[in-house]
Unconditional design. Structure first.
Length: 434
C-alpha cells in the first residue's frame, strides 16, 4: 500500500492517560492507517522512570531517557506531551518542539492557559500544528467544532459543567448522603480525580478550561484576566437538601459571555432549576452550551474525566496530523485578536442563596433582616430550622440584587458574634439563560 506520508511519533509522559494512548497506537495502528492514508511509527517513549511497572508491550525498545532531546531529533515529526503542568519539562519540550517545527499534541490545559498565546504564535510562524482537544471536556470534540464547524458564527455565550470530578462529587453526595471526604476518596479510586484534587475542588481547573474556550469562541486569545472563581469546598449536604426544597440543584458552572464589548467570566457553584437540562448532567459527565449567530444554541455532552475520553481526544488530534491537515492553533490568526474590556463582577445582578449557622437566641433573625435591608438586599423566602438546643440554620433566598451588595451584607453579618460558621453563599442562575 502506498501511504500519503510517514510520521515518527514521540510520546512523552506514560501515566494513566499516556499508557492508554500508547496501547491504542500499538494495537490500532492498522485501523488508523486505513482511516488516514498515512503511516506512522511510535518511535520513542519517554517518562520519569523506565522501571515503573506499566505492562506495555515493547516499551523498552522505544525508551528514550532524555525527553528534552526529542524536540531536536530529525527522526521525530510529532510529539505527544502528556506530562501535565505549566512549567518544567512539559513547558520546555512543547516550546522546543514547536520551534524545531514538530507537530505538538497535548492534553495540558494548564500549559495552554498560561502560555497558549505564545505557543500559538510559534506554531503559526513555523506552519506546524499545536492541537489540544483533550485539554477541555475529556472526549467531547468541542475545540475542533469551535475552530472548524462554528467558524462562521458570532459566539457570545458559553456555559456549562467543565469538571467531571466536582460533578461526580455533587451527584454522589445527593444520591448517597455520604460526606464530602468519603465521596472524594471514591472519585480518586475511580480515576475521576487526581491524588491531589485541589485544582478541581477550588475551581482552578475549570478556570483554565473556560479561558481556553473563551479565547477560541471570542477570538480574544487565551484570557488570563482575574475573574470570579469559587469551588465546591464549602458545599454541604444541607445545601443540597435545601436546594431540593426550592426545586433547585447545585452545579459547579463555568460561564462566559460578551456584554457590550466586555467579557464576563466566572466559575462558581450555581443553583439551577432541577428540571433544566444542565441539572440532569450527573456523574463525571460534562456539558458545554454555546450560543451564537446564526447557530442559535448548541449543546455538547459526554464524559469529562477518565483515560478513555482523554485518549479519544488525543487520537482525534493525531488523525488530523496524519491527514496532513495544518490548522491555526486557535482557528484564527493569533496576531489579530479582538480586544475586550473586563466586566466588573461587582455589578453582577442575580438572586442569591445564603445559609447561616447561628446561635439560636432571640433577636438574631431581626438583626440579620435589618442588615439585609440596609444593604439594599430584599428577601424572597426565608427558612429557619433548629440544629440542636442552641443552634439554628437560617436559609435565605434573596430577590435579584447587586453582587457588591450581597458581599457587603455577608461581611456585616459575619462580624456578629452569633454567627458560628462561615456563611454559605450560592448564586442562583437566571432560568432564562439555561
Amino acid at each position: 500500500m502506498k501511504y500519503y506520508n510517514n510520521f515518527n511519533i514521540a510520546l512523552v509522559g506514560i501515566g494513566n492517560i499516556g499508557s492508554s494512548v500508547y496501547n491504542y497506537l500499538v494495537q490500532k495502528k492498522n485501523y488508523l492507517i486505513s482511516q488516514t492514508g498515512s503511516n506512522y511509527n511510535l518511535k520513542y517513549v519517554s517518562a520519569k522512570n523506565l522501571k515503573k511497572r506499566r505492562h506495555l508491550k515493547n516499551i523498552k525498545k522505544k525508551w528514550f531517557s532524555n525527553p528534552l532531546k526529542l524536540a531536536h531529533k530529525d527522526d521525530v515529526d510529532i510529539i505527544i506531551e502528556l506530562i501535565g503542568g505549566s512549567e518544567g519539562i512539559a513547558k520546555k519540550i512543547v516550546f522546543s518542539a514547536l520551534r524545531n517545527k514538530k507537530h505538538v499534541i497535548t492534553a495540558n490545559k494548564e500549559l495552554i492557559f498560561k502560555y497558549g498565546n505564545e505557543l500559538a504564535k510559534i506554531a503559526q510562524e513555523n506552519k506546524v500544528n499545536l492541537l489540544f482537544e483533550a485539554s477541555v471536556g475529556g472526549g467531547i470534540p468541542v475545540i475542533k467544532s469551535i475552530k472548524e464547524s462554528l467558524i462562521s458564527n458570532n459566539i457570545f455565550h458559553i456555559y456549562g459543567i467543565l469538571n467531571g470530578t466536582t460533578n461526580f462529587i455533587l451527584t454522589e453526595i445527593e444520591k448517597t448522603k455520604k460526606n464530602f471526604s468519603t465521596i472524594l476518596t471514591e472519585a480518586i479510586k475511580k480515576g475521576y480525580a487526581e491524588p491531589n484534587p485541589t485544582k478541581d475542588l477550588n475551581g482552578e481547573d475549570v478556570k483554565s478550561k473556560l479561558s481556553i474556550l473563551s479565547g477560541l469562541c471570542f477570538k480574544s486569545g487565551i484570557l488570563s484576566n482575574k475573574f470570579e472563581v469559587q469551588g465546591i469546598q464549602n458545599i454541604d449536604y444541607l445545601d443540597i437538601e435545601y436546594a431540593k426544597e426550592f426545586k433547585l440543584k447545585i452545579k459547579l458552572l463555568a460561564i462566559s459571555e460578551v456584554i457590550n464589548n466586555k467579557i464576563k467570566l466566572r466559575v462558581h457553584p450555581s443553583l439551577i432549576p432541577e428540571n433544566s437540562d444542565l441539572a440532569k448532567i450527573d456523574g463525571a459527565n460534562n456539558a458545554i452550551v454555546i450560543e451564537g449567530q446564526p447557530i442559535g444554541k448548541i449543546v455538547y455532552q459526554g464524559l469529562g474525566a477518565g483515560k478513555g475520553p482523554t485518549t479519544s481526544s488525543v487520537i482525534s488530534d493525531l488523525t488530523s496530523v496524519l491527514k496532513s491537515e495544518i490548522s491555526l492553533p486557535f482557528g484564527y490568526d493569533i496576531n489579530k485578536v479582538k480586544k475586550y474590556k473586563t466586566f466588573d463582577f461587582n455589578n453582577h445582578h442575580s438572586k442569591y442563596y445564603l445559609r447561616l449557622t447561628v446561635r439560636d437566641k432571640a433577636g438574631v433573625l431581626s438583626i440579620i433582616t435589618n442588615i439585609l435591608s440596609s444593604s439594599n438586599v430584599s428577601i424572597q423566602r426565608i427558612i429557619q430550622n433548629p440544629i440542636n438546643f442552641n443552634q439554628a440554620s437560617i436559609v435565605i433566598i434573596t430577590h435579584k440584587c447587586m453582587e457588591k451588595n450581597i458581599k457587603r451584607t455577608i461581611h456585616k453579618i459575619s462580624s456578629k458574634n452569633f454567627i458560628l460558621k462561615k456563611i454559605v453563599m450560592i448564586r442562583i442562575r437566571d432560568e432564562k439563560k439555561l
